[in-house]
Design a protein around this ligand. Structure first.
Ligand code: GRF
Length: 198
């Protein structure tokens, strides 16, 4: 059976593009949903013939209402897996409780180092020699959920945020596609913080 995947995006959507390009009998991107009406990622989805929707927090009366409205929007697509691919919002309990252990996120740093919106900039500022990317299960914290997989990327002399982020995203795309495929054909067991692929 082909896994139904909903992707949440906020930006340019190169991670989404990698998923769109890789989708096959294992998984299908059934919808792309953004909090940003002008996200380039929406155009990528439309170009691939995938359903899109926008739900800006400003269109809801409260943060909790936005979580519930997003859960309705996503749930209508009956997803097996929800992927945050450059989605720059924290999901609240009203959303998370609808899809336990079925939401994953890609982050451009080696968690638990450098969580949050500026993982690449923070890694450079700290002076690390190696950073990378992490795909993890989403929980109620900021980039705190159990880790599914990581890849390391060397920080080069002269790297700025943009050059380093581009090299990280090359690895991120490969890692995310790999994990989405693994979760599409199999499951996971979470014991404490440890994840086993089943
Ligand atoms: C990725 O590095 C993701 O981890 C971060 O934002 C970037 C999204 O890139 N949160 P894109 O919009 O998919 O090109």
């Amino acid at each position: 059976m082909t896994a139904r995947v909903v992707v949440l995006v906020s930006g340019t959507g190169t991670l989404l593009q990698a998923l769109l390009d890789a989708s096959d009998h294992d998984f299908d991107i059934v919808a792309v949903i953004s909090d940003q009406p002008d996200a380039l990622a929406l155009e990528r989805a439309q170009g691939a013939g995938v359903a899109t929707a926008v739900l800006a927090p400003s269109s809801c009366a409260s943060r909790d209402d936005w979580d519930l409205a997003l859960a309705d929007l996503v749930g209508a697509h009956n997803p097996d897996l929800i992927v945050c691919a450059g989605f720059m919002r924290v999901l609240g309990p009203g959303f998370l409780s609808e899809f336990p252990d079925r939401i994953i996120n890609s982050h451009p740093a080696l968690l638990p180092s450098f969580p949050g919106a500026h993982g690449v900039r923070d890694a450079i500022a700290y002076g690390v020699g190696v950073t990378g990317c992490t795909v993890h299960v989403v929980d109620g914290g900021v980039d705190t959920g159990p880790i599914l997989a990581q890849r390391a990327v060397e920080v080069l002399q002269g790297d700025d945020e943009s050059s380093l982020h581009e090299r990280i995203k090359v690895e991120e795309r490969l890692l995310l596609v790999d994990i989405v495929r693994r979760l599409s054909v199999g499951g996971i067991r979470i014991t404490g913080r440890r994840v086993t692929f089943t």
